[in-house]
Design a protein. Structure first.
Length: 108
């Protein structure tokens, strides 16, 4: 569904990022992470506004540590943009909405 933030797990991660169509921006986060909570509403806004050309998903690193290690996520929040299943951009740390959009604009 366009506009929704998808919650990923170890079992759904690979299938979701490899699906054809729009790029997928994955938010690597954790419940205890303050900056992660700060960017959550921003990501929801982006999902609502850009849902036709960008999918937003989130992955809890405490529940999917193997995937976080696979993509060398060392600090959170880390946002990785996947296109055709491959990582094409990485944004580390909480950023304002426009700065985040600017960082990924070249891939959309």
């Amino acid at each position: 569904m366009a506009g929704a933030v998808t919650t990923l797990s170890e079992s759904t991660f690979d299938e979701t990022i490899a699906s054809d169509g729009a790029p997928v921006l994955v938010d690597f986060w954790a419940e205890w992470c303050g900056p992660c909570k700060m960017i959550a509403p921003i990501l929801e806004e982006i999902a609502d506004e850009q849902g036709d050309k960008l999918r937003i998903a989130k992955l809890n690193v405490d529940e999917a540590g193997d995937i976080a290690r696979r993509f060398e996520v060392m600090s959170i929040p880390t946002l990785i943009l996947f296109k055709d299943g491959e990582p094409v951009a990485k944004v580390i740390g909480a950023k304002p909405k426009q700065a985040l959009l600017d960082d990924i604009a070249g891939y959309l």
